[in-house]
Design a protein around this ligand. Structure first.
Ligand code: SF4
Length: 616
């Protein structure tokens, strides 16, 4: 890109050392923008340079590397995403997490492409970034506040709604390894979160309550007229391809995945329940009886966020925005088929600053242990942890957020909970590399198992590969096929690698031509730069760089494995009954995947592929 004027980027980042109370501004190497685009790719590049494999996640040496992409903060639909790379306290390896809302857009509007936070403040602090004025401020008065109160207090300090906040709640302050960083002002506009991997605990370990950002600049676009014309002429395609997201949000997938027997219930013990229970969970019921408001990320016409309100007396004052994943984790994973409890538990998780997937997961996992007699009242502080008990679900969510009572045992995620419970409890944790599985039954479509196993951050359907479209919804390969899954998963991972690096949400990408065979016109209109390589190659580079980091942190084939239960016990019921991801099936897929990636059969990035992708 030479040293020409930049469009789409600001070309600089803020580095904030909390220990030294030092704030500096740095140019982003142009070469890195070209090779990694931004967002997820750029965050990985900085992490590769700056975070040693020996860094302890909650030490001052760990960093929060926050990066946006070239599209973040522009008027391109879905251009809302910011990414954080850090060493995860949950998994003890590299992790990457993204959030929508307005946080990334305002970082760009303030004049930066990213923020790197290092060290540890000597007292509770918050960072304010208001255009060129960047400060570390005292936050003793905020420490201990829940997310909603913290956001109100920070908003008061800003004195305007023209800004955004990313902050932690009590869970992050208490270093819960499943704590999140919540973004934006729920109720006022769409909130989001950097959810998985315990990023909130990293922030808490730095004595950092939050980051307040406000900016008055517009991201400069190289060819604004051409971009506007492109968006105008593709708006019908956008509506056609995202109408279900506008109506139901991601909850739309509940019904179809259940129908296909791919929706795991009660800690992956079944895929079928009585019809009347599942009927209460349909996306139609959610939309018609609980959703009160559609909310959108920065300048996004899709508005897939669905604010919901319980309609029972007990919780009627609560609001939250559960997604497909958290409807599952607080719902059928815990045997709860009632949106009143799901919306309420989701609200408590958000307000304490917990990752809703991990928090719901660990509760459902303990419910299974309780029903098996591995846990009992004397062990749970008197709680009766039965599947389907919504009252206990909400109570335990709060206890986890407060690290109190039995919640203390669960606040560091399911693997650590299992280790402290003993009695073979670990067998019942569905996780990869310490991160709990999400709302997809991989024995019902095998590519999903491979995606979970090879994801760059532990079990994850986004980073690992959302194979649902290609295996289930618009199948281009048989869901139980073994051959071809390695290639499929690699391809999906690479696409996601470039989309995340653009700073773009994946939902509108088809209408922007960021497909599996992308045409980067929109990127060209924004940056004015013609790419000299395919976007998928950039995505592949990002994925390989992440794997190089993981290799450096000790990750090998032995870690790219699924929970034993999924490899030994067939699905007991439903349309996928009898299917299991046996070691033979799984290892055949993994061999094909490593071969497609040109990694060694031990899962190590080869010199060959490093040279081909010009990796360090
Ligand atoms: S589609 Fe949904 S998640 Fe994506 S940017 Fe728009 S509102 Fe946000």
């Amino acid at each position: 890109m030479g040293q020409k004027k930049l469009y789409g980027y600001n070309g600089k980042i803020i580095r904030i050392n909390l220990s030294k109370e030092k704030i500096t501004f740095e140019e982003v190497p142009r070469e890195w923008l070209k090779k990694y685009l931004g967002g997820r790719g750029l965050a990985a590049r900085y992490y590769y340079e700056e975070v040693s494999p020996y860094t302890s996640p909650l030490s001052p040496e760990n960093k929060l590397i926050i990066m946006t992409g070239p599209l973040t903060g522009t008027n391109v639909w879905g251009s809302s995403k910011a990414h954080i790379a850090t060493k995860s306290p949950l998994t003890n390896i590299y992790t990457i997490s993204n959030a929508g809302g307005h946080f990334g857009a305002y970082i760009k509007k303030a004049g930066y492409d990213g923020i790197i936070i290092e060290g540890r403040a000597s007292r509770p602090s918050y960072i304010s970034i208001i255009d060129d004025e960047v400060k570390i401020n005292k936050a003793e008065d905020l420490w201990g506040l829940k997310i909603s109160d913290s956001q109100k207090a920070l908003l008061d300090k800003l004195g305007s709604t023209n800004g955004t906040i990313a902050c932690i709640g009590p869970a992050g302050e208490r270093l819960s390894k499943i704590a999140s960083v919540q973004v934006d002002f729920p109720g006022l506009r769409r909130g989001g979160c950097f959810g998985r991997g315990g990023i909130g605990a990293v922030m808490g370990s730095k004595n950092l309550k939050g980051i307040l950002v406000s900016g008055s600049k517009e991201v400069e676009i190289a060819e604004p007229d051409k971009l506007s014309e492109y968006l105008r002429s593709n708006v019908t395609l956008l509506r056609e391809t995202t109408s279900y997201h506008t109506k139901y949000g991601t909850a739309q997938y509940i019904d179809s995945l259940y129908e296909l027997g791919a929706y795991p219930l009660m800690n992956f013990t079944k895929t079928r329940v009585e019809e009347h229970l599942m009927a209460k969970l349909s996306s139609k019921v959610f939309r018609e009886e609980f959703v009160v408001k559609d909310v959108a990320c920065y300048r996004c016409p899709i508005a897939c966020g669905k604010y919901a309100r319980p309609n029972n007396e007990e919780y009627k004052d609560l609001r939250s925005k559960p997604e497909y994943e958290t409807i599952w984790s607080f719902g059928p994973h815990c045997g709860v088929f009632d949106y009143n409890y799901i919306v309420a538990a989701n609200n408590f998780a958000d307000d304490y600053g917990l990752d809703g997937i991990s928090a719901g997961y660990v509760i459902g996992f303990c419910m299974e242990l309780y029903e098996r007699g591995i846990l009992y009242r004397e062990k749970t502080g008197g709680l009766e942890l039965k599947f389907g008990d919504g009252e206990t679900l909400t109570e335990l969510t709060i206890l986890i957020g407060e690290r109190r009572g039995f919640g203390e045992k669960l606040a560091d995620g399911a693997v650590r909970a299992a280790q402290s419970i003993g009695h073979n409890a670990e067998y019942y944790v569905m996780h990869v590399k310490g991160m709990e599985l999400t709302a997809y039954e991989p024995r019902a479509f095998y590519g999903m198992g491979l995606a979970y196993a090879t994801s760059s951050r532990g079990a994850c359907h986004n980073v690992g590969g959302w194979t649902i479209r290609d295996e289930l919804l618009k199948p281009k390969i048989d869901r139980y096929a073994v051959k071809g899954k390695g290639l499929l998963v690699k391809g999906i991972q690479d696409v996601r690698g470039y989309v995340d690096s653009l700073g773009l949400c994946t939902i509108p990408r088809r209408a922007l031509n960021f497909t599996d065979t992308p045409k980067p016109e929109v990127l060209k209109f924004v940056t004015g730069v013609e790419l000299d390589e395919d976007l998928n190659t950039i995505g592949e580079r990002v994925y390989n760089l992440e794997r190089m980091i993981l290799n450096r942190e000790g990750i090998r084939r032995k870690d790219d494995m699924l929970p034993k239960r999924l490899m030994m016990e067939p699905i007991p019921d439903g349309p996928a009954k009898g299917h299991v991801l046996s070691p033979d099936i799984f290892n055949t897929m993994l061999d094909e995947y490593y071969a497609a990636r040109r990694w060694s059969m031990d899962g190590v990035v080869s010199e060959d592929i490093k040279a081909a992708l010009d990796l360090p």
